[in-house]
Design a protein around this ligand. Structure first.
Ligand code: SF4
Ligand code: SF4
Length: 311
């Protein structure tokens, strides 16, 4: 399906129950597939494409060969490699039929991404209603970029509100303003990504400049939306003083911004990228140093009265 097919079904790649970092209380986070940005450090690279993808976890593969027999297109091959083996996948021939995944007894293969209707997603979310009620939680739509599937997202938001749930949307902000404002009527909290202040660097790191994103932040502010700024901290890329000032200035300028949340870089996206057969552009295998994250927090805190938290 395309990102805006006009239908109300949509593509998700995970529903995560008992999330505690995606808004207040205990939440269920629905991860939607597809994003208009292409961040070089993306920690969910399987979320970038709007289409399903074959995922292969090398560490789970024992080389049994069942997938070789199952694949109708001969996409899998096992080659000797020193004393071990190498599992090679020709993804160009893959039709995403899923036969190899069904044949693998070790869960090394799976199709990431499935088409769902809004009702079935919210039915799943409502299983944990008791936990939302006792913790002040709810449902969060993340991704990928949820607003890139606006019809699907809106329908899920409407159903969630009809069921009395608190709703949050994590967004990169790169969406038509009229679409965002229409969705905002059903959103209690925006977790709004702020990645880089300098437009040229923003384009270099994400593939797009940040003009529309900043415009959308202002539009949500004027509409009275509740916003938490979510700022990924990527060592050597956006941890400089100019960006720290940009974050604090933005929070100060917009009364709707209630808090700044800093997300220190972690390298978990590297293995996820390998599983879907792509090489990450930012290949830093180290978790971000805690002291550097604290320095960033302190620099921002000196320039704004808004609370700043490291996640
Ligand atoms: S079926 Fe699974 S464990 Fe066996 S070779 Fe294929 S991926 Fe590896
Ligand atoms: S999903 Fe189907 S076509 Fe693709 S590698 Fe597996 S068996 Fe082959």
């Amino acid at each position: 399906m395309s990102e805006n097919d006009g239908g109300k079904a949509g593509m998700i790649f995970n529903i995560q129950h008992f999330s505690i970092h995606d808004g207040p209380g205990i939440r269920t986070t629905v991860f939607m597939k597809g994003c208009p940005l292409d961040c070089i450090w993306c920690h969910n690279p399987e979320s970038k494409s709007f289409r399903p993808q074959l995922s292969f976890t090398k560490s789970k593969c024992v080389g049994c060969g069942a997938c070789l027999k199952a694949c109708p297109h001969g996409c899998h091959n096992i080659e000797p490699d020193g004393g071990g083996f190498r599992h090679v996948i020709d993804r160009t021939g893959c039709s995403l039929c899923g036969s190899c995944c069904a044949a693998c007894s070790y869960s090394a293969l799976e199709i990431t991404g499935r088409l769902c209707d809004p009702e079935s997603v919210i039915e799943d979310v409502l299983r944990d209603r008791i936990f939302y009620e006792t913790s002040g939680g709810g449902v969060t739509f993340s991704g990928g970029e949820p607003t890139a599937q606006p019809e699907f997202l809106k329908e899920m938001l409407v159903l969630a509100k009809q069921s009395g749930l608190h709703t949050a949307v994590e967004t990169c902000g790169y969406v038509r303003t009229d679409i965002l404002l229409d969705l905002a009527g059903y959103v209690d909290l925006f977790l709004f990504d702020y990645k880089e202040t300098d437009p040229g660097l923003h384009k270099k790191y994400t593939g797009r400049d940040n003009a529309l994103i900043i415009e959308n932040l202002s539009a949500l502010n004027e509409a009275g939306a509740e916003i938490i700024l979510r700022c990924p901290l990527i060592p050597g890329l956006n941890t400089d003083d100019a960006n720290m000032k940009g974050i604090s200035d933005t929070a100060e300028r917009l009364s709707s911004v209630k808090e700044i949340q800093l997300e220190p870089y972690h390298p978990l996206g590297i293995s996820k990228a390998g599983a879907i057969g792509i090489a990450p552009a930012y290949e830093n295998a180290e978790f971000m140093d805690k002291t550097l994250a604290e320095e960033c927090r302190d620099k921002i805190s000196k320039l704004t009265v808004k609370p700043v938290r490291i996640m």
